[in-house]
Design a protein around this ligand. Structure first.
Ligand code: SF4
Length: 275
């Protein structure tokens, strides 16, 4: 059985104190606890500080184009339905450049797990605001404060058809491990949005901020109540961040619904078709 060191590649180059450290360690622990060897799982990385994990995590991996991690993961899952496929990307990659792919992966209920490092900035390009930046956030690209309202990723996922939506916090590794394991075990599209302080470029959303503004969902919370889940998720716009499984339901995933031809075409059949 593998241990977390079996998933190590190079030593990470993240800034000291970055939330990516905790998330990276939690992802390895999750894989070990699920009984995976590095060759049992395929990980698709976006572009950004989180995507640099491509060099730090040993597994079947693809470092995709910016905003195209989810689309690549969907393709891999369609080609090999039995392979667990995990996306590791930032909020810019997932909800900005890749926002269209995110919506369509939710509505298709593609059986992949998307782990988002949600830090509100483009850290790799030195700190421009990203889609979850709070209204008024000051950055290099918004010196007078961002005018737009933040995206509410959990509400977006729930309303677009995702069947598992959870949130965690980079300062609580055990909680991240629990959420990732549940997300991967879920059959269908699963989102694990992780609140991740960027200690270098996002001075507002630091560890102290999230300790103050996040809360664990109580035991009596019902994640199957969609209306309440949307309400709970939308409260993030008012700086109240739920931690836990916010929404979960069950419906067939995309690949389970594909109607296969009775007889698979051979290469020869295909060539004959085009003669
Ligand atoms: Fe982490 Fe921000 Fe440094 Fe990137 S720039 S490694 S997100 S602290």
């Amino acid at each position: 059985m593998a241990n977390t060191q079996d998933f190590n590649l190079q030593t990470p180059t993240w800034c000291p104190g970055c939330g990516d450290w905790g998330i990276g360690a939690a992802i390895k622990s999750s894989f070990v606890q699920l009984g995976y060897e590095p060759s049992d799982v395929c990980v698709v990385f976006g572009i950004g500080c989180s995507g640099n994990m491509n060099d730090f995590l040993k597994a079947y991996g693809l470092h995709s184009l910016h905003g195209r991690a989810i689309a690549s993961a969907v393709g891999i899952k369609l080609a090999n339905n039995a392979l667990p496929v995990v996306v590791i990307a930032g909020d810019g990659d997932s909800y900005g450049e890749g926002g269209n792919h995110f919506l369509h992966a939710c509505r298709g209920n593609h059986d992949i797990t998307v782990i988002v490092h949600d830090n509100g900035v483009y850290g790799l390009t030195t700190g421009q605001v990203a889609p979850t930046a709070l209204h008024g956030a000051v950055s290099k690209s918004t010196p007078s404060g961002i005018i737009e309202m933040p995206i509410s990723p959990l509400a977006l996922a729930i309303t677009q058809g995702a069947t598992f939506v959870a949130q965690s916090f980079a300062g609580d590794m055990h909680h991240i491990v629990d959420m990732i394991k549940l997300g991967i075990q879920h059959k269908g599209f699963s989102l694990v949005n992780i609140l991740q302080p960027c200690v270098t470029f996002n001075w507002k959303n630091n560890y102290h901020y999230y300790f103050k503004h996040s809360y664990k969902l109580p035991k009596e919370y019902d994640p199957t109540d969609q209306d309440n889940a949307v309400k709970t998720a939308s409260a993030m716009m008012q700086e109240s961040f739920p931690l836990g499984v916010v929404y979960e339901t069950s419906r067939p995933s995309y690949h389970e619904q594909i109607v296969r031809p009775e007889k698979e075409s051979s290469l020869e059949d295909l060539l004959n078709e085009f003669e």
